[in-house]
Design a protein around this ligand. Structure first.
Ligand code: C2E
Ligand code: CA
Ligand code: CA
Ligand code: CA
Length: 279
């Protein structure tokens, strides 16, 4: 291929082979990780305007023994492609419901909500609603405290069927949150059709909110729009008091970000005792 002329189409090169090998290796390692129970959910606090903890988002980590935790962006794409996200997602759903059951036993934590990320592939399984209901019953949890986070990518194919599925999920009593809001292509008329409870302002807008006029305008518009649609809003990626002050000023109700706490194992989750806030 070295001397391939300008008009020659090169179907294959060593770099492509290396990519395929790396993927295959990652898939094999991930299968082992599942078997060895090296996946864990980390919990990141979500707080209200006063900084008081109202719940958590569960975030997957892969913790190989004696290595640094592997972040989800490095293995979830492979899990999605290979279908491994289905057993992983089912495990996370059960794990999250077990956590809620634990919280609901103690008065101090009984009101906490738990947000779980649901991948498009997981949501598209025909029996997804039945799976959610099965875990709610199994752990006897209050479904109102469970929030399922979906991205627009889960809702662009077979739109009517997926909207119907969202209605059935809501019928179980669980909350629906639209993740990464603002990064997709949803029109307002489409949004209005979705039975949502909450939208999450993507961290890419929050990051520069205090010095980028466009991002500031987008965030103000999202907050105003959610108010008029009667949706809850949570801002993600809040790292500074300046970002928090801007969001507070424009009416944002809920916050998540390093300013309030990083994702960590459940043992490190700050205890929301009465009156106790993060900041
Ligand atoms: P996401 O759902 O948008 O999650 C928010 C990400 O932002 C998390 O990254 C979180 O650790 C990070 N984050 C939180 N606060 C801050 C902050 O103040 N600053 C910055 N720079 N980042 C912050 P993480 O944990 O690496 O997860 C990445 C993505 O992996 C998630 O994005 C989600 O799409 C996916 N993911 C995580 N857990 C699961 C899961 O259980 N199932 C599925 N399907 N996807 C998951
Ligand atoms: Ca999320
Ligand atoms: Ca997000
Ligand atoms: Ca994201």
């Amino acid at each position: 291929a070295k001397n391939a002329g300008r008009d020659t189409i090169r179907f294959f090169n060593p770099e492509m082979q290396a990519t395929i090998d790396a993927r295959a290796a990652m898939e094999a390692a991930l299968r082992d990780a599942i078997r060895r129970r090296e996946l864990q959910l980390y919990y990141q606090p979500q707080v209200n305007r006063d900084g008081r903890i109202t719940g958590a988002e569960a975030l997957l980590r892969w913790l190989p023994p004696s290595l640094e935790p592997i972040p989800p962006d490095r293995f979830i794409p492979v899990a999605e492609e290979t279908g491994l996200i289905l057993p992983i997602g089912a495990w996370a759903l059960a794990q999250g419901c077990a956590r809620l059951a634990g919280w609901q036993k103690e008065p101090a934590t009984a009101d906490l909500t738990l947000s779980l990320n649901v991948s498009a592939r997981q949501f598209h399984q025909p029996d997804f609603v039945a799976q959610v209901w099965g875990q709610i019953k199994r752990f006897e949890i209050d479904p109102a405290k469970l929030k399922l986070e979906l991205t627009e990518s889960a809702l662009i194919d077979r739109v009517d069927e997926m909207i119907e599925r969202l209605h059935r999920l809501k019928g179980l009593g669980v909350g629906i949150s639209l993740d990464d809001f603002g990064t997709g292509y949803s029109s307002l008329s489409y949004l209005k059709r979705l039975p949502l409870d909450e939208i999450k302002i993507d961290q890419s807008f929050v990051r520069d909110i205090t010095h980028d006029q466009n991002d500031a305008a987008i965030v103000r518009a999202i907050l105003a729009m959610s108010r008029s649609l009667g949706l809850d809003v949570i801002a993600e990626g809040v790292e500074t008091q300046e970002q928090r002050a801007f969001l507070l000023r424009h009416g944002c109700e809920h916050y998540q970000g390093y300013l309030f706490g990083r994702p960590g194992p459940i043992e490190d989750f700050p205890a929301p005792l009465a009156g106790h806030g993060v900041q």
